[in-house]
Design a protein around this ligand. Structure first.
Ligand code: PLP
Ligand code: SF4
Length: 341
């Protein structure tokens, strides 16, 4: 039984005042939902902070609910076409657990429910008509909260109309509800896995989320030829230290998941208590790069306000041109090197 009420949570976890007060304030933009899988992990502060709400969510007045202005770049009702060659389709607003740092609070958990087949058809036609679109993210919410039947139909529609488009299956369910990936569901996915490839996009933020069950769920994709990439969010009190991020990357690689992005937490209203400064983020980025292989290193990235798009944040190793025409670099260890022109 998933947890949806503070009273249920109180019975298994002694709550702090600021956690209990979340409900009393009652203005949160995101419902409470904690899956069974997460319950044994709530004893870890890094997991608790991601899923147990606090009153700080309601007190944050800095952020904006739609900093990326996704609503201004809508191609069709549920399709956001912000980048020339790729688009994102919101399959549903539901998830198996709601992350308190969710950057899509404007939409998540607000009962708009699964995309109707007409909306899927409409999006597929839009994508087909815009042949510059090479990749589509099936996101949400979490597409795997849809029924097997709904997923089957959705993939049929997209694959039939857009056989040459790469679809990214974006999900946190492998971490928070791995039992979802039954033989039956995986058989449906396997049947549609022809033409342009699928990519699995996961969200693991802390090494403890890579439980045996989670790793098995990801393997069920990788074993049928679907590569897995992970997008983490840099979160204060969860993973804002080098050792945690290094352990996360190592565990991801062992699970055959390539660390892809490490996102700067967007300035979404209700998430200020998760924010890490960009200065500290850049310091972390520089430090972990020294310890991780190229395979293990995620790209530290910010999604700029007003639909500005994603930019990579990295320490600047190139320092410019010298007066005698050589290139000046700083090495990862902080030494100086010149590179002939
Ligand atoms: C992040 C994002 C993408 C995908 O961007 P990549 O850098 O290719 O991972 C596509 N569309 C939207 C609206 C996005 O926010
Ligand atoms: S799984 Fe994604 S969409 Fe759902 S609550 Fe977490 S961050 Fe938001």
């Amino acid at each position: 039984m998933a947890i949806t009420e503070i009273e249920q949570l109180e019975k298994i976890l002694p709550l702090r005042d600021e956690e209990r007060a979340w409900k009393e304030k009652g203005e949160s933009t995101l419902p409470l939902l904690i899956s069974d899988t997460l319950i044994p992990l709530l004893s870890l502060p890094e997991i608790r902070k991601q899923f147990v709400p606090t009153v700080m969510e309601n007190e944050d007045r800095i952020g904006n609910l739609d900093p990326q202005e996704e609503s201004a770049h809508q191609g069709t009702g549920r399709l956001v076409h912000r980048y020339h060659n790729r688009a994102a389709f919101y399959t549903t607003d539901r998830c198996f657990a709601y992350c308190r740092h969710c950057f899509r609070r404007r939409f998540t958990g607000h009962l708009s429910g699964p995309a109707a087949y007409e909306e899927i058809e409409e999006a597929a036609l839009y994508i087909k008509a815009h042949n510059e679109i090479k990749e589509v993210l099936l996101t949400g919410g979490d597409m795997f909260t849809l029924s097997d039947e709904h997923i089957d139909r959705m993939l049929s529609i997209f694959k039939e109309k857009c056989p040459d488009v790469i679809f990214r299956l974006c999900t946190r369910a492998v971490a928070v509800f791995p039992e979802r990936f039954t033989k039956k569901l995986m058989e449906i996915i396997r049947q549609h896995n022809s033409g342009a490839p699928f990519f699995l996009m996961t969200q693991f933020n802390h090494p403890a989320e890579l439980t045996e069950e989670a790793v098995k769920a990801v393997s069920s994709f990788v074993d049928i030829g679907i590569p897995a990439f992970n997008q983490s969010v840099l979160l204060q009190g969860v993973n804002d230290d080098e050792a945690t991020l290094i352990a996360l990357s190592e565990k991801l690689l062992t699970a055959r998941i390539k660390p892809y992005y490490l996102f700067q937490d967007d300035p979404v209203q209700g998430t200020a208590h998760f924010r890490v400064s960009i200065e500290r983020g850049l310091e972390i980025e520089r430090n972990i790069r020294k310890e991780l292989s190229g395979l293990g290193m995620p790209q530290y990235t910010a999604d700029l306000p007003q639909g500005g798009g994603k930019v990579i944040l990295t320490h600047a190793y190139y320092k410019g041109c010298t007066p005698d025409g050589r290139y000046l670099f700083e090495t990862p260890d902080g030494e100086t090197r010149y590179y002939p022109e």
